[in-house]
Design a protein around this ligand. Sequence first.
Ligand code: HEM
Length: 498
Amino acid sequence: MEDIIIGVVALAAILFFFLSQKSKTKLPPGPRRLPLIGNLHQLSQLNPQRFFYGWAKKYGPILSYKIGSRTMVVISSAELTKELLKTQDVNFADRPPHRGHELMTYGRSDMAMNHYTPLYREMRKMGMNHLFSPTRVATFNHVREDEARKMMAKIEKAAERSEPVDISELMLTFTNSVVCRQAFGKKYNEDGEEMKRFIKILYGTQSVLGKIFFSDFFPFFGFLDNWTGLTAYMMECFERQDTYIQEIIDETIDPNRVKPETESMIDLLMGIYKDQPFASKFTLENVKGMILNIVVAGTDTAAAAVVWGMTYLMKYPQVMKKAQAEVREYAREKGSTFITEDDVKNLPYFRALVKETLRIEPVIPLLIPRVCIQDTKIAGYDIPAGTTVNVNAWAVSRDEKEWGPNPDEFRPERFLDKDVDFKGTDYEFIPFGSGRRMCPGMRLGAAMLEVPFANLLLKFDFKLPAGMKAEEINMDVMTGLAMHKSVHLKLVPTKVSK
Ligand code: HEM
C-alpha cells in the first residue's frame, strides 16, 4: 500500500514538474486560441501578408499562433528579422514539414525544401559557384533579350489594333520560354502543345506546393486529405511532373541529341550526377529536385514582379512619366531601340523603381518558412524547437522605423535617398530573404525582370481599358509560393514614336 502511495505521489510530482515547466514557456503574444484547432478558424487565405500585418499591429513585431498542435511565429520588423536571419540564422536554417513539399520535391531532394544537411550545403555551394553564378547568368543573356524582343513585337501588333494586352499572360509566357531555354536548352513554340503541357504541369505543381494538408497539423485527421481528394490530386500532379522531368533527363542523356548552343542547367546537373564530386551521393532525385526549383522559382517570381511594377505605375502616373523619360532619353542618346541588360546599370531611376516594386510587393511576401532547430529565445520570448517561423517581408518593407511615415506610398526616390540593396544585408528590405537560405537565384531573377520591364517603358505608353479607373485596379494576391496579382493586368498599349 505504502509503495502505491509513494508511486502516486511521485507520478503527481513528475506531472506537476512537467506542467509547471510548460507553463513557464513564454511564447510571443498572439490571438486567443481554441482547443484542438488553435487559430485555424481565424486565418485568412486571401492576402495572408496583409492579414498578418494586421495581427502585427495588434500583437507586435513578433507574434505567435497555433494550427492544431503546431506553434507558428511571425516576425514583422527589420530589427527582429536581423536577429532571426543573421544572429540566429543557423538555428533557423531548416524547413518545416509539409506533405505536398515532401512528395513534389522527391522527399526533399531539392535545394529549397531540403533539410539543413551536409548534402544540402554542398548543393547550395555548387549552386552559388556554378548554377547561378554571375558567369552562368551572363551566358543566358541573349536568351532573355531574344524573348523580350518577341514579347515587345506581340505588344506592338496589339498597339496597331488599339487592343488591350494581358500583361500577366505575356510576362508568364516570357518567363516560361526563358526558363525552358535556360534550364533545358529547349525552344518551345509559345502557343504549341508542348508549351501548353509544360504550363499545365507547372500550375499543378505550384498549387500543391501552396496547399494546406490536414495531416501536417492534425495527424489524427490525416484521413481527411484522402476524403477531400487532396491526396489523389497531389499524386496526379506528381505523376505528371515526374513523367515530364524524366523525359527531359532521357533526352539530355541521349547520345544522339543535338547539344544546345549554351550548356543548359540540366546538362550541368547531369554532369555532377555523373562525376559525383560531393562527399554524399548526388542522386537522380537530387537532379530532379533541383530542376523543379529552377522551373518553379524562375517562372513565377520575375513575372509577378513586373506585373506588380506595371500595376503601381498605372496608379502613380508621375512615377511612370519619370521612369519612361529616363529610359527613353538614354536610348535616344545611345541611338538604340532596345534596352539591354548592360544598359540597366546606367539607369538609376529605373533601378530604384525595380527596388521600390520589390519593396512594396515582395513577390514571396512571407519568404519560405523556416523551422527552429533547438529551443531558443527571441526578444525575450521562448521559441521551442519545431516552431515554424515566417518573416513577413511585406510588413518589414512597411516598418515605419526604417521607411518613415508613408510606407504604402510608391516612391522609387526612397532608394535614391537611401543606399539600400536587396542583397540580404539590409534587413528592412529582404525580397530575396537573407542568410543561409537566401535566394541563390537573385541575380538571375533580377536579370529576368529588368529587361522586359525596361523595354515596356521604352516602347509603349499604356492606358487602362475603357471605363476603368486606377483606383479600381484589384490588388488581391493569388496564394501560392510566389504571390501573383490574382486578377490579370490588362492594358491598352500605344507605340511611342521615335
Ligand atoms: C524576382 C525573382 C525572385 C525572387 C523575388 C525570389 C525570392 C526568393 C525568396 C524570398 C526565397 C526564400 C529565402 C528565405 O527562405 O530566406 C527564395 C529561395 C530560393 N530561390 Fe528565389 N527568388 C527569385 C528568383 C529565383 C530564381 C530565378 C531562381 C532559380 C532559377 C531561384 C531559386 C531559389 C531557390 C533554389 C531557393 C531556395 C534556397 C534555399 O532554401 O537554400 N529564385 N527566393
